[in-house]
Design a protein around this ligand. Structure first.
Ligand SMILES: Nc1nc2c(ncn2[C@@H]2O[C@H](COP(=O)(O)OP(=O)(O)OP(=O)(O)O)[C@@H](O)[C@H]2O)c(=O)[nH]1
Ligand SMILES: [Mg+2]
Length: 344
């Protein structure tokens, strides 16, 4: 089986999924239209961030003829205000200062180009660290187990609903496991999302050992020959040690029941929480073997620079971005589209 949802070129709009009955030209046109639609949607989602950056850049450059230290200080402030992070800002500025002193950067366009280059390098650096291209999973391993972790309220359950629908639309049988048994309404909420995505769910009553729910879900997935099992987890327990022990146990069970599982562990981060969220995420990476990031609520912030801070500082690839509350508001993260979109 091919893991369609894991790479951009294997997007649900790709020709392999859309049927073999069409001519190559038709498929190409369809793919191009889908790509245009995707980048337009992404562009809308980061509108606030783009507006904020471009407005600040215009103000910084207004009436100025040359790039001097004061201008660079203002640029530094601007970058930090988008939540790009201090470390990342320093890295970008260092490269810009070099360009300025070599007289390669003399105007706003050259400066934007240099910023884009630097931001892309950071995003690509993190991307290459992930599991995206070299898969450790034998193609016939089923189910492919995808764990979703993150602090409470970041959008785990919503993301699982969106992901399930997406993976299903790519021709896979999907099962959802409600292993957040800590919070009373968690399972009901997930059930609603499973309904929206049109997939089945394995759940048990509140307080059940999450590893036991996972065990059942793995057995069900195997019995039903499901391709993908998506696992919801609790965002908060009584303490960090307990959360760590719970995730460890789930990992152990998954690995015992299915070779190489969990095959992917996605950490969900809420873009609106900015640097705070990043710090929480950093803590989470210490207790779970995170393989990639889902950045949610990108539509709700003017500080979309957080994506670069996450990639640069956690050194983890961003797999998906959430751009709204609807079931199809989840997109594969593409570094080029993102960076170009910020400076249009
Ligand atoms: N605008 C916007 N809202 C989102 C997005 N993703 C999730 N939300 C909203 O964020 C809120 C929390 O989402 P949940 O999916 O319940 O978050 P959770 O991580 O499962 O929360 P807990 O189960 O309490 O840990 C909901 O109101 C969602 O509609 C997104 O991409 N954009
Ligand atoms: Mg939840």
């Amino acid at each position: 089986m091919a893991f369609f949802w894991r790479r951009k070129k294997d997007d649900p709009f790709s020709s392999s999924v859309l049927g073999l009955d069409k001519s190559i030209e038709e498929l190409k046109a369809q793919e191009e239209a889908a790509e245009r639609e995707l980048s337009a949607r992404f562009s809308r989602a980061i509108e606030k961030t783009r507006h904020s950056i471009n407005e600040r850049l215009d103000t910084i450059f207004e009436g100025r003829k040359q790039i001097d230290d004061r201008l660079l200080d203002e640029l530094e402030e601007m970058l930090i205000s988008t939540d790009i992070g201090v470390g990342t800002t320093m890295r970008v500025l260092e490269s810009i200062r070099r360009g300025v002193s070599r007289q390669e950067i003399t105007d706003l366009d050259a400066l934007k180009a240099a910023m884009k280059r630097e931001l892309l390098a950071i995003l690509h650096g993190a991307e290459s660290r992930g599991v995206a291209d070299e898969t450790a999973v034998a193609p016939d391993v089923r189910p492919y187990v995808l764990m979703v972790v993150g602090v409470n309220g970041v959008g785990k359950t919503t993301t699982i609903g969106k992901l399930a629908q997406r993976i299903k639309s790519e021709g896979n049988d999907v099962l959802i496991c409600a292993a957040d048994t800590f919070r009373a309404a968690a399972s009901d909420q997930l059930e609603i999302w499973a309904g929206r995505a049109g997939v089945q769910i394995i759940q048990q009553k509140q307080g059940t050992d999450p590893a036991a729910v996972l065990f059942d879900a793995l057995a069900a997935a195997r019995a039903r020959r499901c391709d993908v099992l998506v696992v919801d987890t609790a965002g908060r327990l009584h303490n960090k040690g307990q959360l760590m022990a719970e995730l460890e146990k789930m990992k152990r069970i998954a690995g015992r029941e299915v070779s190489g599982a969990p095959h992917e562990t996605l950490l969900v981060i809420d873009a609106v929480t900015g640097q705070n969220g990043l710090e929480q995420a950093r803590q989470f990476t210490k207790i779970a073997d995170v393989t990639g990031i889902v950045l949610t609520k990108l539509d709700g912030t003017a500080k979309g620079g957080i994506a670069v801070a996450i990639a640069g500082e956690l050194n983890l690839p961003i797999r998906y971005v959430g751009v709204g509350e609807q079931v199809d508001d989840l997109m594969v993260f593409d570094p080029e589209t993102s960076v170009n979109g910020l400076f249009e």
